[in-house]
Design a protein around this ligand. Structure first.
Ligand code: MN3
Length: 213
């Protein structure tokens, strides 16, 4: 089961003026492509094979993240592959605004308001030292199913690699390659612009399997 670079669900220039076309092109066709190729190479090098009950490629990717993240080449590249696949899908040229329905209700009950969640998420993205990601996650463990939590991780790590019991439904890439061409060292300006492209319908879809409302 080889991994392939997923297509973007829109053109490279679709997120202009918030995220520039050149950044999107390099980010997808070079960075995400490299994680994809290096993941396939690492799987071959370490002769890893899917468990016999593996349902599909997504399931296999979860096994790699959860079972083999002690191998740096798997950790970095399976993480990079998963993180960017989520990232493209939670952005849209028709993004921005606020979520509705069950996700909005869960945000209100956990954070008090959408604005509070946005502030806390932005703080996590700003204070992630060096390269990494900030995440809005939901618990998948039974006791806390559907409850939201904000988390950040370094490098290409993600919460699935740890046994916390949380899964990201929204994430922002704060590696400099995600913003430096347009924004220089201005991470805060990039995060501000990025909220305008967040696809809340896609985030709600990610939340739906854990929604108990
Ligand atoms: Mn990136």
């Amino acid at each position: 089961m080889m991994f392939e670079l997923p297509d973007l669900p829109y053109n490279y220039d679709a997120l202009e003026p918030h995220i520039d076309a050149l950044t999107m092109e390099i980010h997808h066709s070079k960075h995400h492509n490299a994680y994809t190729n290096n993941l396939n190479a690492a799987i071959a090098d370490f002769e890893l094979t899917p468990a016999s009950h593996t349902e599909d490629q997504e399931h296999w990717l979860h096994q790699l993240l959860q079972g083999h993240s002690a191998i740096p080449a798997i950790r970095n590249n399976a993480g990079g592959y998963w993180n960017h696949s989520l990232f493209w899908n939670i952005m849209s040229p028709n993004g921005g605004g606020e979520p509705t329905g069950a996700l909005a209700a869960s945000i209100d009950s956990k954070f008090g308001s959408f604005e509070n969640m946005k502030q806390e998420f932005t703080k996590a993205a700003m204070t992630q030292f060096g390269s990494g990601w900030a995440w809005l996650c939901t618990w998948y463990s039974e006791e806390k199913l559907g409850e939201l939590i904000i988390h950040s991780t370094p490098n290409q790590d993600n919460p699935l690699m740890e046994s916390y019991g949380i899964v990201p439904i929204l994430g922002i890439d704060v590696w400099e390659h995600a913003y430096y061409k347009k924004f220089g060292p201005g991470r805060a300006t990039y995060i501000d612009a990025w909220w305008n492209v967040v696809n809340w319908d896609a985030v709600s879809n990610n939340y739906e399997p854990y929604n108990t409302r």
